[in-house]
Write a protein that binds this ligand. Structure first.
Ligand code: COA
Ligand code: AMP
Length: 636
């Protein structure tokens, strides 16, 4: 007999209208949809066309109206400021309605963009939901990005208003956000009309007259406003993510499909429901933060945790267990790198024993490949299911997962289990574009249409959407991940096929870093690639070839390029290693052999590429890598 997963999966593929139409009954609509799946203009599929709803209403007001007003909606737990603050659903609804009133007072209406450049404080969530309440489109920019990256996003999104705060706190360091914002606005061609600044007590930002407004003063004079009905297909947010160049892609999320899919995932993937406490230890600047700190848990009526801290150092490697015990967390979602950091400080998991984790039900990990060592350590330390699941900024929710709310499969370490319902996954040969047999590696693709909640397009860039995702394998969405599906239908995600690397669960483009390095006046040529790192999964390493005649100290140039990446992309890039080489290994047609350099750096087996221009260069590269502490094992 088919298990419940097989039944759900089959139904979702054979009858997407029936499957997602039923899930949509869980959402409150002002106007019911005309069509569940609108396939009139492939590959621009749309969900719930004709329907009208408001995402903020479904995340807050509906729960207050249904008697959950006194239940905790959000617990802000900030070890870096020694604060714990709970917002009930009524309180959060009221604060959001007031801030929405404040934004409306600044002229923000349906369809306007608002950029949020915020640390992990309640006001970040309030600002996002306030935009949703008005039908405005938020675009949250992660705080670890530098001014230049923020400027690029300002130019693309053209926000009427930017919401920010005076500072963020990184363990013990106060990071002044306001000067970064001022610099970004200086750099940007487009200028926002107003900035709303939340002043935190540890840092008072100076304000620009006629442009900057103080959050507290603005809200004090604001009147709460009601939710504005929007079309299911109207955008809820834009989230920029690294693409194959330095220009980020503005992933668009709609209102209807997103609300339906996320509410469905809470029960079916995570197996949590109304009243449960759910914690995604991520940042609102990433997709995990959008989907599972803010929208998913609130749509389901859960209590969400907003954690302003790190897995280690705030104050120690036991903080995750303290938060789980103190707030009765049922499910935790984070990136494997967080667990590697904890494991490094507390290898025998002694700190776990100090806390009562009896209500803890499951750990979900995503953002990068879950290495079997970390999986095993977490299973042994926590004695709960540890679930690897695979997803992307573009998809908004898991492509493959062990869906605990439907059927729990046994875990195969290294695999995120099976495609989630709605995801018709296949592996295609990159040359012939034909399906390849189980177990063989190829391009992981999803047969169209994608399920609801996934990207309908890129912001103002339909052509870029087609080029990046739809044209490579007509009829399929290209994930840009390579891997295979085994005989039992388990998915294995092995590597990216483009220049994206994952650094501590953060997605970065090495191409973007190369653009920065190439801008240094002494650099003739460069390559950046991700090499294995025990803590962060991968870290970027730069190789630079100097222009003829440059006779400055190489170490100075290396320091300068490292600083340039920090200034232009941000500290989040963790670009800390670069080396000068005489030449870069290339194919005869001039393509840099990044894959081979990477294998040498990671001490993996490598073959002399048949197309290499000059084999002697690889010896020089080995030497350079040894010089920066990589590729050591060849000498041992
Ligand atoms: N604002 C400003 N700066 C930030 C920032 C933010 N929101 N987030 C990170 N940074 C800075 C850090 O201070 C650090 O700067 P430094 O070079 O001056 O030290 C740099 O960006 C790199 O930060 P990070 O990647 O967090 O590395 P780390 O060494 O400070 O910490 C971990 C390592 C593993 C503890 C940390 O990456 C972590 O907690 N990861 C959890 C995974 C996660 O949240 N993933 C998101 C997707 S689920
Ligand atoms: P992001 O858009 O930041 O979520 O990054 C998405 C990319 O991270 C994917 O394309 C994968 O390369 C990688 N990734 C995310 N989750 C997993 C996972 N569970 N296993 C392997 N790789 C993953």
């Amino acid at each position: 007999m088919a298990n419940p997963y097989d039944e759900a999966f089959q139904k979702s593929i054979e009858d997407p209208n029936g499957f997602w139409g039923k899930a949509a009954e869980d959402i409150t609509w002002y106007k019911k949809w005309d069509k569940v799946l609108d396939d009139s203009n492939p590959p621009f599929y749309r969900w719930f066309t004709g329907g009208e709803l408001n995402t903020c209403y479904n995340a807050l007001d509906v729960h207050v109206e249904n008697g959950l007003g006194d239940q905790a909606a959000m617990i802000y737990d900030s070890p870096v400021t020694d604060t714990i603050k709970t917002y009930t659903y009524s309180q959060l609804r009221d604060e959001v309605a007031k801030f929405a009133g404040a934004l409306a007072g600044l002229g923000v209406t349906k369809g306007d963009r608002v950029i949020c450049y915020m640390p992990m404080i309640p006001e970040a969530v309030i600002a996002m939901l306030a935009c949703a309440r008005l039908g405005a489109v938020h675009s949250v920019v992660f705080g670890g990005f530098a001014s230049k990256e923020l400027a690029v996003r300002i130019n693309d999104a053209k926000p009427k208003v930017i919401v920010s705060a005076s500072c963020g706190i990184e363990v013990a360091k106060v990071i002044k956000y306001k000067p970064l914002l001022d610099e970004a606005i200086n750099l940007a061609d487009y200028k926002p009309e107003k900035c709303v600044i939340f002043q935190r007590p540890m840092e008072k930002a100076s304000m620009v007259a006629d442009r900057d407004l103080d959050w507290a003063e603005l809200v004090a004079g604001a009147k709460p406003v009601d939710c504005v009905p929007v079309a299911a297909t109207d955008p809820l947010y834009i989230l920029y993510t690294s693409g194959t160049t330095g220009i980020p892609k503005g992933v668009v999320r709609d209102n209807g499909g997103h609300a339906v899919a996320l509410k469905w995932t809470m029960k079916n993937i995570y197996n949590v429901d109304k009243g449960d406490t759910y914690w995604a230890a991520s940042d609102v600047g990433w997709v995990v933060g959008h989907s599972y700190i803010v929208y998913g848990p609130l749509l389901r009526g859960c209590t969400t945790i907003l954690f302003e801290g790190k897995p280690v150092g705030t104050p120690d490697a036991g903080v995750f267990w303290r938060v789980i015990a103190q707030h009765n967390v049922r499910t935790l979602f984070t990136a494997p790198t967080a667990f590697r950091a904890i494991k490094r400080e507390d290898p025998r998991a002694e700190l776990v024993k100090k806390h009562d984790l009896s209500n803890f039900y499951a750990l979900f990990l995503a953002g990068e490949r879950l290495d079997p060592d970390t999986l095993k350590w977490a299973e042994e330390a926590l004695q709960v299911p540890v679930i690897d699941h695979w997803w992307q900024t573009e998809t908004g929710w898991a492509i493959a997962a062990n869906c605990l709310g439907i059927h729990q499969f046994s875990v195969k370490p290294g695999s995120p289990t099976k495609p989630a319902p709605g995801w018709n996954m296949m592996v295609l040969d990159t040359e012939t574009k034909e399906p390849i047999k189980p177990g063989d590696i190829g391009a992981l693709v999803a047969k169209l249409p994608l399920p609801p909640g996934t990207l309908p397009t890129l912001w103002n860039n339909d052509a870029g959407f087609l080029k990046a995702y739809m044209d490579l394998f007509p009829g399929y969405y290209a994930t840009h991940d390579a891997g295979f599906i085994d005989q039992e239908g388990y998915v294995w995600v092995m590597t990216r096929t483009d220049d994206i690397i994952n650094v501590a669960g953060h997605r970065l483009s090495t191409g973007g870093m190369e653009e920065v390095l190439a801008d240094h006046p002494d650099v003739a040529e460069c390559a950046v690639l991700g090499v294995d790192d025990k803590l962060k999964g991968q870290v970027p390493v730069g190789f630079i070839v100097l222009k003829a005649g440059v006779d400055r100290a190489e170490s100075d140039i290396v320091k300068e390029v490292i600083q340039m990446v920090r200034d232009r992309i941000g500290p989040v890039a963790s670009f800390k290693t670069a080396t000068v080489v005489k030449r870069l290994p290339k194919t005869r047609s001039g393509k840099i052999l990044r894959g081979t350099i990477q294998k040498i750096a990671d001490n993996k087996e490598w073959k002399m590429p048949a197309t290499i221009d000059d084999p002697a260069i690889l010896g020089e590269i080995e030497e350079a890598l040894e010089g920066i502490g990589l590729a050591k094992s060849r000498k041992e």
